[in-house]
Ligand binder design. Structure first.
Ligand code: SF4
Length: 519
């Protein structure tokens, strides 16, 4: 059998770093880890090709050559995924779709021949055998959540060399918490399952063998979900890193209760972790309670962020606007919080009810769910009737993003971050040529064409004067900031303006109708 594995296109977003990637001469931030893991589970005698539309194009001939096309995708990749499925059907090639989107909404896949619902580990052998025998079923559903202890080393060798800025690795799936809006527990359960230390080390060896050097993202949705297993892993990780010239540094996602565990933070930095994405969501305690994120109500969140920075972990964070319990002051509170907490990269989205979440269930029960408006996603109009009127919400949201990603405000935040952040000696690793090249290109031209060169130079001048040893980190912040600033200006704000104009027109029309009816 000849299988073609395809990763559909991701639309641009705050994570993609699209505007910053040219500085490092890369096409994409991280590789499609799920697909290369599936590739490793397929029978050895199969021939496997991988196409990631985020780094390359795909011609019809490549599709026609395959006996089966296997696709994955998140909800965000929906348009590209369905376009690919349609194309394969027109070309008469059999398709299998899996991944988070197909698992959450399998009924939306009339355009696929076979749908995998859930995690692949225990389904894939049957699916492969059925495909070979020509008797594959329409649906394959996971039974119990599979153990990860037999998940093979992903096929890093299939990745296009030099296309990805970072590498990716997964240690665990699942999260013990119950945040109402989050689909992680629906997809992976509350009991975090982990790989063994030996599996993780084997993956690092495989990654190193490809020649890659640099940053590795532990993609776990909550790396510290199973603290006992993490504590056991970290010393082995530190030993591996020491034995391999500290060729990688690591970053991950973690719940905010990490700040309450100094020993764990220390073990992470000792193992080479330099940053963590934390889900803060909102500075409003009543909104945190509403969304069942009680773990974030037990300490002062800004102090918690500073604690991580002081112990050597840089922080970037996720925020949400649109909870029922937020007042009109939420917009200014959000700006103040992000600025004071000193989080340069703040991913602020609008609350969105994802399928199969508790939030979705509640809103259906309350009759508040609405059709996703065109262009609706977490960076604009949402898919439910909000308590705050939508025009105020959109205007406030726009104000938050415009303010936080105004270059001088962004660089102010970076300064505060650098003042608090204390890197550990374990963070060091040999810099790559790519990183030196990016730094040079940034120094020569960043912000010139976009009109923020002055703010950029003032920032770097300040760092050179006050914290010269942190200049490398400051350049990294400046380069990443280019994406946040440009994406906000060129994509998010114009789209929000369009949506605001549309809502204003609709409100005016409604007023006119009401006035006419009263006359
Ligand atoms: S802590 Fe993070 S991963 Fe866990 S349920 Fe909450 S939002 Fe989801």
């Amino acid at each position: 059998m000849r299988a073609l594995l395809i990763n559909p296109l991701f639309p641009d977003n705050y994570w993609s770093q699209r505007h910053a990637l040219p500085w490092v001469r890369r096409s994409c931030l991280i590789p499609p880890l799920g697909l290369i893991t599936v590739a490793a589970m397929l029978p050895r005698h199969w021939s496997i090709d991988l196409v990631d539309l985020n780094v390359e194009t795909l011609d019809d001939e490549t599709i026609r050559r395959a006996d089966v096309v296997m696709l994955t995708g998140m909800l965000a990749q929906r348009d590209s995924l369905h376009e690919l499925l349609g194309r394969c059907r027109r070309l008469g090639v059999r398709t299998v779709v899996g991944g988070p989107y197909a698992t959450a909404l399998p009924e939306q896949f009339d355009d696929a021949d076979h749908v995998v619902i859930g995690e692949a580990e225990e389904l894939i052998a049957d699916l492969a055998a059925d495909l070979e025998a020509g008797r594959a079923e329409r649906f394959y559903r996971e039974g119990d959540k599979p153990s990860l202890e037999h998940t093979p080393v992903p096929r890093f060798d299939l990745l296009k060399r030099g296309a990805y800025h970072h590498m990716a690795l997964q240690f665990s799936r699942g999260c013990p918490f119950s945040c109402e809006f989050c689909d992680i527990t629906t997809l992976f359960g509350h009991n975090p399952r982990t790989k063994t230390n030996a599996q993780v080390i084997a993956e690092l060896d495989a990654m190193r063998a490809t020649g890659f050097r640099g940053e590795v993202f532990f993609v776990d949705d909550n790396f510290i979900g199973n603290k006992k297993a993490v504590r056991k892993l970290l010393p082995d990780l530190a030993r591996w890193r020491d034995a391999n010239g500290r060729c990688f540094t690591f970053y991950t996602e973690a719940s905010m209760n990490l700040v309450q565990d100094d020993a764990l933070i220390e073990a992470m930095t000792r193992a080479g972790f330099t940053a963590a994405f934390v889900c803060i969501e909102t500075p409003s305690e009543s909104a945190l309670r509403e969304t069942h994120k009680l773990q974030n109500t037990r300490f002062d969140l800004a102090t918690g962020v500073h604690r991580l920075l002081e112990r050597g972990l840089d922080v970037w964070a996720g925020f949400i606007i649109g909870f029922d319990n937020e007042g009109h002051d939420i917009f200014d509170r959000m700006i103040r919080f992000v600025q004071n907490a000193a989080i340069p990269y703040a991913m602020i989205g609008m609350l969105h009810a994802l399928p199969k979440t508790k939030l979705h269930e509640r809103l259906v029960g309350e009759g508040r769910l609405i059709e996703v408006p065109k262009g609706g996603d977490q960076f604009g109009l949402t898919n439910f009737v909000t308590k705050m009127d939508p025009l105020t919400l959109l205007r406030g949201y726009k104000h938050v993003l415009e303010t936080l990603y105004e270059p001088s405000v962004y660089f102010e935040r970076c300064k505060r971050n650098l003042e608090i952040w204390k890197p550990t000696r374990f963070a060091a690793r040999p810099r790559t040529l790519v990183e030196y090249g990016a730094a040079l290109r940034s120094l020569l031209s960043q912000g010139r064409a976009e009109g923020y060169r002055r703010a950029y130079r003032q920032f770097l001048g300040w760092v050179a004067l006050k914290h010269p040893t942190k200049i490398g980190r400051a350049l990294g912040q400046a380069i990443a900031g280019h994406h946040y600033i440009t994406y906000t200006r060129e994509t998010v704000i114009p789209r929000l303006e369009e949506q605001i104009a549309e809502l204003t027109r609709a409100a005016a029309l409604q007023d006119a109708r009401t006035a006419q009816a009263g006359a």
